[in-house]
Design a protein around this ligand. Structure first.
Ligand code: F3S
Length: 642
């Protein structure tokens, strides 16, 4: 049978289930990726399960997210991560080598392999022809232990690219166009597979910008073929021998097709506070701005930096615009310096930061109160920048640089500059020795743990009768940034669940944590796409720690749903969506959890209103068993008991 590329990649790593659309399947990881923000929890889970060595071809850990060492907490975490990775067989990238997704693309990603990563933007590696899937920290730990990762066999959408990008209209505009067309949940249950003659015109870094931000559509992943561009990339990074050609079969059948003519794209911009609120830049051109943040894992490549330098060269940024740049990796910095790009950018007045996540997840470079910030990052969720009142817009590096010069949102073509042509270097600086290999004598390593490091709390199983108060009733598109805040004040305590629990839902309701503690738990009601965004499992763990038993929503984001299963927080969906409006904050609900069964609607009684509401869990029987046990970690521990 003719196969799409996505189907070929899944078939190569399938270990459980059948590749029938909508059925649950399990794939094994060839490679795993973790980072410091979610990694502490991953490795604690790995230890709590009594595991001592990873069981995958390659496991790499990156210290890139929590870089502000304002006190001991992040430094202690970095030491813990360097020790534990050395002990259990994981390669470690020390602080400020670069941002995980770009570093992985440069040094480790291989076409045809499967990468499971404890970060939602792991999907960036689809740009090199890998099956790359983002998971929460617990699933990341299971993948490292050689266990399958489960998801629903997706539909495969053909995103057919024709034409060629025009000057000052770079790859970011491709994915903004995809988001404009299909929205932040248009990719749910799907893989976006890029095909067509336009694909040949994009190098691997450009493809990775597209696959990276494909995450914002809710897609399981995105993938490009492995072709001569891929070979060129691997050759430039000194590993051409890892290249294999990969593409869909001629005549492969897709579930849907989207066609984008690259020649017709124009500069696009996502308005606050969702990546799919996309309009042409010209519609908002002239809007005054306060800040520009360039770089990140989405747009911190050499090509991006050279393009920014070309626009800023010989000029000074606007006096009212605080402008910063986070390059993606050390190699990008060295290559940019060698080409004189850093000099131009520095001379223009831009602040240049380390190659880390930084401002992207609110760990530095937060905008002023009510500030308008233009960012080349993949997300503009409310509060993610570290300033709850900020208005964040998402743009390409070219729009960002042009706007930094003028002080207002600007179409870069209006600067009337000559176009820049980028030729990827034949060979990049060889930085492969920046990684720390695992220890050959793991028994000699003593793991250092700081006082902020707290063990994963024990959480009981689901009671037979579940009762409580609705502590929050929310609308659509609640992100994990709404649930547990990002930012330099909060990320250092993400692995200290009792402490972090004081800040849950702070972005939407500052009283939630105290009320949940007083009520000893209860329910949350949500709209569509609940849990969209980042893979942070604390968005499931922390409400659960506070005693929340179930979230009742119209629908859930894939990654958050998996985290809920892992940490024992029951997801329920409304059988009739209009019932969402029949529950209010403060209502008392009750249901019989013994009745929970795959695909079986059941009744929740709204005791306050005297009404019945029909709900169903989107989980399969195995996942429901995890919920009843109080989460997967309890299941693994129970199995180990004599
Ligand atoms: Fe880091 Fe932001 Fe990318 S947090 S991994 S730069 S999406």
């Amino acid at each position: 049978m003719k196969q799409t590329l996505a189907e070929k990649l899944i078939a190569a790593s399938l270990v459980e289930g059948e590749m029938i659309k909508g059925r649950r399947i399990g794939v094994r990881a060839d490679q795993t990726l973790s980072h410091d923000l979610n990694g502490v929890m991953s490795y604690q889970a790995f230890e709590a399960m009594g595991l001592d060595r990873v069981k995958v071809e390659l496991a790499v850990h990156y210290i890139d997210h929590n870089m502000i060492q304002a006190d001991y907490k992040n430094s202690d975490d970095h030491r813990y991560l360097q020790d534990i990775t050395a002990k259990i067989g994981v390669i470690c990238s020390r602080p400020a080598n670069g941002i995980c997704h770009q570093l992985h693309l440069e040094h480790w990603a291989r076409p045809g392999k499967t990468l499971i990563g404890g970060d939602s933007h792991t999907v960036a590696a689809g740009g090199i022809g890998m099956l790359s899937i983002g998971v929460g920290g617990f699933d990341g730990a299971m993948a490292m232990a050689g266990e399958p990762v489960f998801f629903t066999m997706p539909q495969i959408v053909n995103v057919r690219l024709t034409g060629k990008l025009q000057p000052f209209i770079s790859a970011k505009n491709i994915i903004l166009e995809v988001l404009r067309r299909i929205s932040v949940n248009g990719g749910v249950g799907k893989i976006l597979e890029y095909t067509g003659p336009g694909v040949d015109t994009l190098n691997v870094a450009e493809r990775s910008t597209v696959t990276n931000m494909g995450q914002e559509t809710g897609a399981t992943t995105s993938v490009f073929p492995s072709d001569e561009q891929t070979r060129k990339w691997l050759r430039a990074y000194h590993r051409e021998e890892q290249w294999i050609p990969l593409a869909a079969d001629d005549g492969a059948v897709y579930d849907d097709t989207i066609t984008i003519n690259l020649s017709e794209l124009e500069p696009l911009i996502a308005l606050p506070h969702q990546p799919d609120k996309v309009v042409p830049v010209r519609e908002v051109a002239g809007t005054r701005i306060d800040q520009v943040m360039m770089g990140s894992c989405t747009n911190g490549s050499l090509q991006d930096i050279l393009s920014i330098a070309h626009i800023l060269g010989g000029k000074t940024i606007h006096r009212d615009v605080d402008t910063g740049l986070y390059p993606a990796t050390r190699t990008v910095i060295r290559e940019s310096v060698a080409r004189g790009a850093y000099d131009k950018i520095l001379a223009s007045g831009v602040r240049i930061f380390e190659p880390v996540c930084g401002g992207c997840n609110g760990c530095g470079f937060a905008p002023q109160t009510g500030g308008i910030s233009l960012r080349t990052t993949p997300r503009n969720f409310l509060g993610r920048s570290g300033t709850a009142s900020a208005q964040v817009y998402l743009v390409s590096p070219e729009v960002a640089a042009a706007s930094a010069l003028r002080g207002v949102i600007t179409d870069p073509r209006d600067l009337n500059l000559p176009p820049i042509t980028y030729e990827m270097p034949e060979v990049f600086t060889d930085d492969r020795d920046i990684f720390q290999p695992p220890s050959q004598e793991p028994e000699t390593i003593t793991i250092r743990r700081g006082p902020n490091s707290k063990p994963i709390p024990d959480m009981p199983g689901l009671p037979d009768i579940v009762s409580g108060e609705v502590l929050l009733a929310l609308g659509d598109d609640i992100t994990t940034d709404h649930i547990v805040p990002a930012g330099a004040n909060y990320t250092p305590i993400r692995s200290n669940i009792p402490e972090f629990s004081k800040h849950v839902f702070k972005v939407v309701d500052d009283t939630f944590s105290a009320r949940a503690q007083k009520a000893e738990g209860g329910f949350i009601v949500g709209g569509s796409n609940y849990g969209q965004g980042s893979s942070r499992e604390q968005a499931a763990m922390v409400p659960r720690y506070l005693g929340i038993k179930a979230v009742i929503a119209k629908s859930f984001a894939r990654l958050h749903l998996a985290n809920m299963v892992n940490w024992g927080l029951l997801p329920l969906t409304f059988v009739n969506l209009v019932d969402h409006d029949k529950i209010s904050q403060g209502d008392r609900l009750t249901f019989d959890a013994i009745a929970l069964s795959e695909g079986q609607p059941m009744v929740i009684k709204n005791v306050t209103r005297g009404t019945d509401i029909y709900v169903v869990s989107p989980l399969c029987q195995d996942d429901l068993a995890s919920i009843k046990a109080g989460g997967r970690i309890n299941q693994v521990k129970n199995k180990k008991k004599p």
